[in-house]
Design a protein around this ligand. Structure first.
Ligand SMILES: O=C(O)C(=O)C[C@H](O)[C@H](O)COP(=O)(O)O
Length: 218
């Protein structure tokens, strides 16, 4: 009998996504970038930081930012195995995001400490998560999987599901997604341009965050 997600887990994900409509997808290529980058995003009004495991520095960055930025929610992205889930849980990640779903990742999430936002692109993947009690999903890769129109279609069979679309979204298009009732937040790497990070241009990172948040209101 598969385990089901608890209401407490569902609420944790909802409260997380309620804190900030934009989720920066962060890849740390140099360990010394983690703290100034985190600080720059927080200074720009971003309070959720998704540190991906795409680089070998992700895990240490999660530990560092958890300790240094108590005002932010620091979580892990690009988690693809249960071993990685365990590691980021131990490192103090406050949430876990996967690019896709497997039965074993969903099963693990029902007993893990950090709540999971599973990635889905199709109705069948959503159904896998839905049957386990998940009501929040990352929609990835959003733009190439149908974007805003796909999300409108998902609302038919899954009216109680909420999404964080990610993949191909830019500051100019984030608003179109957030206008949908079933979208609670939008993720993307546009908030952390690699050239700004390489140049240590933290003011630019803060400015992009502020501009992106302002565009949602305008
Ligand atoms: O690494 C992962 O776990 C992912 O799921 C991929 C990222 O979320 C996207 O690559 C971000 O998309 P862009 O904003 O188009 O760069």
């Amino acid at each position: 009998m598969p385990s089901l997600l608890t209401e407490a887990h569902r609420q944790q994900v909802q409260s997380l996504l309620d804190t900030c409509p934009l989720v920066p997808v962060i890849a740390i290529n140099k360990p010394e970038h983690a703290l100034p980058l985190g600080r720059a995003l927080v200074a720009g009004g971003i309070t959720i930081l998704e540190i991906t495991l795409r680089t070998p520095y992700g895990l240490d960055a999660i530990r560092e930012l958890r300790a240094a930025l108590p005002e932010a929610w620091v979580g892990a992205g690009t988690v693809t195995t249960i071993e990685q889930y365990r590691e980021v849980d131990k490192a103090g990640a406050q949430f876990v995001i996967t690019p896709g779903v497997t039965e074993s990742l969903l099963e693990h999430a029902t007993t893990a400490r950090a709540p999971l936002l599973p990635g889905v692109a199709t109705m069948s993947e959503m159904l896998m998560g839905y049957q386990r009690g998940f009501r929040h999903f990352k929609f990835f890769p959003a733009e190439v999987s149908g974007g805003v129109n796909a999300l409108k279609a998902f609302a038919g069979p899954f009216p109680d599901v909420r999404f964080c679309p990610t993949g191909g979204i830019k500051k100019e298009t984030a608003k179109d997604y957030l206008a949908l009732d079933n979208v609670v937040a939008v993720g993307g790497s546009w908030l952390t341009p690699q050239d700004a990070i390489d140049a240590g241009d933290w003011d630019r990172v803060t400015a992009i965050a502020k501009e992106s948040l302002a565009l949602l209101k305008g």
